[in-house]
Design a binder for this molecule. Structure first.
Ligand SMILES: [Zn+2]
Length: 574
């Protein structure tokens, strides 16, 4: 059939007032036995009624196609059909004995459609084969004589009458006037109920409680679960239309859901990361795959006190947010990694180290959330780095690993069984302060002989006899075969290997991930630490312990902060 054929036959449209239905419009007048109320009840109790209609201009607005929809619905388990207009009713009548609820939508003098506004329209439907007639018995319908029409139809046509209503009082009035069923069809479609946009099981419950006749749920029942809830609320049967017989609406719903989620995944899921260090603050915009779209570094006003530090973070946060907005992105969260121990559940600094005076107790999460208006996750910087490794770096393939950052200080984060271990009071992972040398060199923590003093950047410079300015210089000289640089690296590796040995003994991880400027491009260090571990650790070969350099680079802390924010968004547990 050519498409034009359908377009010319949009016969499902509402008829005009006073446009009489002519018997020759149906193929055969239906002269079969009328269905009794008892029989209708038996057939429809606890069943689906498919409303097979197509709006004006719809490609399915043709009796033949409406009939196909009815056949498909019946084949799928529907026990009855609701259809508009004698032509559709008659076409369906010829293919099924199932109960048909006939309606006739007519545009009235107020410009709006009314369902079955006259005895004549009801008679046409019955002649065409409808077993039952539904009519509008809303307040408006009653103004057009619906109550009298209920009595007329029952008296003159001897068929059950179904009252389409929108409110409980209309349902009660309809039942008193003799309606055999009430239907919630027009809830949300009348002046009084226009504010209601969803199916309400509670309304069905109310109707069931107040009405002496069976209640059939209809209107905005989109899913099997909506239908189930209607039945649970006490419905006698459920009418479903759009969700079964309106492919355009079905497609629209899927299409909108898909597009909305696509936009959410691709445009609005970037996160912001700020890594607050004692010297510099690094910041960036990070995708959920760990791409760094934007990054910058600004000095930290470390010694200016809590308020200035908080203002500093707010300013950086707003700058990132503005920048992200200009990229067409509305970031889902901000992650802040800060030096000091952090209560990750409250977003406050539990205890700050000496290089950020006044920072202890700072309510970083609350202040930034209030200022920026997006969720904010706060974490200790070394822990955040480990989360970054887990999401974007060398930790992705492991459940149990130790991440160690070697810089001015030595920090770390341990993943145990796939989760970041924070300890009972958020003070875990002080890897730099495990004791390496009894009564050794003094440490910033007040103890002597901590690992940090032997495995930080200053230690490497010291092992090289302070002949180099930076650790990167030592690494470069080591790589080009300079003996003094290599010796310094091997000394460093010996201490580090010793420290790692203790950690591995306690945690038995799958991997040890090292990060920091002195680890980058430093294969000699990795190999020497590995040799140290091989010599010391029992059953080393059985463990398959991987030793990796972090791939995250200079902005690893920002990636870590972003990963913390991302993780908090997915897994709400702090
Ligand atoms: Zn220490």
């Amino acid at each position: 059939m050519a498409r034009g054929h359908f377009n010319r036959n949009t016969k499902d449209e509402p008829r005009r007032l006073n446009a009489p239905f002519r018997n020759r419009d149906v193929r055969h007048l239906y002269t079969g036995k009328r269905m009794s109320l008892t029989s209708a009840c038996e057939k429809l109790a606890g069943k689906l009624i498919a409303s097979c209609q197509a709006p004006v201009g719809d490609v399915f607005a043709h009796p033949e196609l409406i009939t196909r929809f009815a056949q498909a619905a019946l084949a799928g388990g529907a026990a009855g059909i609701r259809a508009n207009g004698p032509k559709n009713v008659n076409a369906i009548r010829h293919v099924t004995d199932a109960p048909i609820v006939g309606i006739q939508k007519v545009v009235m003098d107020d410009g709006n459609v009314l369902i079955t506004p006259s005895l004549e329209s009801a008679r046409d439907l019955v002649r065409a084969g409808a077993d039952m007639i539904a009519i509008d018995v809303t307040t408006r319908g009653q103004r057009y004589g619906a109550l009298e029409r209920i009595r007329q139809i029952k008296r003159e046509l001897s068929v059950p009458v179904l009252a389409d209503i929108s409110r409980a009082e209309e349902a009660i009035t309809a039942a008193r006037a003799g309606a055999d069923f009430v239907l919630s069809t027009l809830r949300g479609y009348t002046f009084e109920t226009a504010h209601i946009a969803r199916f309400e099981p509670s309304f069905i419950e109310e109707l069931v409680r107040l009405c002496p006749v069976p209640v059939i749920a209809e209107g905005r029942i989109h899913t099997p679960d909506d239908a189930r809830r209607a039945m649970a609320a006490g419905a006698f049967a459920v009418v479903v239309g759009t969700a079964i017989t309106r492919p355009t609406e079905i497609a629209r719903r899927f299409s909108e859901a898909i597009q909305k989620q696509w936009a959410a995944c691709n445009l609005k899921r970037n996160v912001l990361g700020i890594d607050l260090g004692g010297t510099n603050t690094k910041l960036g915009i990070v995708s959920q795959q760990g791409e760094l779209f934007y990054h910058s570094t600004v000095p930290t006003p470390a010694f200016a006190g809590r308020e200035v530090l908080l203002d500093h973070l707010k300013k950086q946060g707003h700058d990132l947010l503005d920048r992200a907005n200009k990229m067409g992105d509305s970031p889902r969260a901000l992650g802040v990694a800060t030096a000091g121990w952090v209560n990750a559940c409250t977003g406050t600094v539990a205890y700050a180290i000496v290089n950020l005076p006044g920072w202890t107790g700072a309510p970083v999460g609350d202040e930034l959330h209030e200022s920026l208006g997006i969720p904010v996750a706060v974490e200790n910087d070394a822990n955040a780095f480990a989360v970054g490794e887990k999401h974007f770096g060398a930790g992705r393939e492991f459940r149990d690993f130790i991440c160690m950052t070697l810089g001015t200080g030595v920090g770390g984060g341990c993943f145990i069984g796939g989760r970041l271990n924070r300890g009972a009071h958020f003070f875990a992972n002080a890897l730099g302060h495990i004791n390496l040398i009894p009564n050794g060199l003094p440490c910033t923590c007040g103890n002597r002989g901590c690992l940090e003093v032997y495995c930080n950047a200053a230690a490497l410079l010291r092992y090289a006899g302070d002949r180099f300015q930076t650790v990167e210089e030592i690494v470069a000289h080591g790589n080009s075969g300079k003996a003094d640089a290599q010796r310094a690296i091997l000394t460093f590796a010996k201490y580090l290997g010793q420290g790692c040995f203790s950690l591995v003994q306690v945690l038995d991880p799958e991997a040890l991930i090292l990060s920091g400027g002195l680890v980058q491009n430093n294969q000699l260090l990795i190999e020497a630490v590995e040799a140290e571990l091989t010599n010391r650790i029992p059953a080393y070969k059985q463990r398959k312990l991987a030793l990796r350099a972090s791939p995250l680079g200079y902005y690893g802390g920002v990636l870590g902060a972003a990963a913390v924010a991302l993780k908090r968004g997915i897994d709400t547990e702090c």
